[in-house]
Design a binder for this molecule. Sequence first.
Ligand SMILES: Nc1nc2c(c(=O)[nH]1)N[C@H]1C(S)=C(S)[C@@H](COP(=O)(O)O)O[C@H]1N2
Ligand SMILES: [Mo]
Length: 515
Amino acid sequence: MTGRPRYALAALAGIAAVVLGAGVGEFAAAIAAPASSPFAAIGGTLIDAAPPWAKNTAIALFGTGDKAALLTGIAIVLLVVAAVAGVLEARFPPTGRIICLVLGAVGVIAAVHRPDADSLAWAPSAISGILAAVAIGPLVRLAGVRMPATGEPAEPETGTTTRRGFFAWTATAAVVGVVAAAVGTAMQGGSRAVSALRKAVHLPAPVSTVTVPSSASLSVPGITPVITSNADFYRIDTALVVPQVDPDTWRLRIHGLVDREVILTWAQLLALPLRESAATLSCVSNDVGGGLISTAVWLGYPLRELLAKAGVHPDADMVLSTSVDGFTASTPLETLTDPHREAILAVGMNGEPLPPEHGFPVRMVVPGLYGYVSATKWVTDLEVTRFADATAYWTDRGWSSHGPIKLESRIDVPQNGSRVKAGDAVIAGVAWHPHTAITGVQVQVDSGPWQHAQLATAVSADTWVQWRLPWKAAAGSHRIRVRAMDADGTVQTETIAPPEPNGASGWHTIQVTVA
Ligand SMILES: Nc1nc2c(c(=O)[nH]1)N[C@H]1C(S)=C(S)[C@@H](COP(=O)(O)O)O[C@H]1N2
Ligand SMILES: [Mo]
């Protein structure tokens, strides 16, 4: 064999060694420290360190697949480095081994610095690095391109038998790595331990319940249901791995500008009189007409009661909430102490404990505010402070410090770009201005008059409301737009704004063909 294909074999050996190490590391993480998988640790670090433009580009390119894209990117970089390590191990031993150890060290450093790192956080990446370093030498040697030391006679040409051995060992290493990673990922996805704890949770009966009136739902096929099922509820967060929080060790600490610190345990929280409330949650990144908005019936306890217990100082104007994974949100204090706003610590969602990805065991829900300034999942810390003294995760990245949800409306039926049968049709959708309430919705077809749509009953002022308008659809292409009015007498603005920095605005407009 000539030098070139041999270096290709050495590169392959490097890749196999790193795949073996990374895969076994992922597996170790799954059983010992889920938040500390080498990929999750490095990915999480990159997510938090990424400049806003990089994040926005990633979201624009990959949407909610941005995390998968990030992990793919990390994997590609890792494979390239692994190939280089293989070649260098052949040419300048022990450089390849050193590179493997450095890769492992990068993972260890990332893992121990994650906000949710536990005492074993270092282990998965350490295992990865050491295993790759141990495997790369023999695999590269099997590739038969190990350079002889000066003065030594050159190694004899490798025969087919050894080459077959090389491929067998390389393949075995890579397969073991991939299988270990796959098994580990499957175990993590199930997050068995916390799923079991969640299943064992018995939520107390609410002291007051929400009844969704049948008049809240218009019978229009394809319209968004007034209450979103937990499975369909949109999910947005910075967590690569869903944080696993044991309710029995969960604590909420309320501190800062207060008379006395309050520590709340899970048992204490469940013993309080919990109430149901319906509220629509929206992401500030939701585009006009977008789907990053959902509604649930929450079960929780008013934050104002807990803040009153702590005794809030008069100079405070903000509460900085922190999640186990380090995410923070800055919420205006007056929205949390307002006796007329059901700002809660939520433990239940549509009759179940919070799903793990929606914040199990405890999250915040503040009607009327975008999630990034209010809806902290896996919340463990509330610091009473001032906007002048502290900033939060997204406000550090260019988004507004205050994030009231904007008055908006959406056409669900017919779908944009769809074909509609001529004759009796219906235009329908949802409108929202949580905590202000919707009082009217108008629809315009082409340049015709704005027509009043029929409004369903709102479950509460904090939820979206369904609307519908019968339409005699005439053949041809039509533009349909919608706008809503709220209880303050405001008409939804036509002015188009992008989501950044404080939420998108404009009239949702669709185009349909009637035939
Ligand atoms: N811990 C944590 N909580 C979080 C976030 C996050 O990244 N981490 N994202 C916030 C944002 S931006 C939104 S829009 C809502 C989304 O809540 P959901 O995933 O339950 O719909 O959660 C908020 N709470
Ligand atoms: Mo969001």
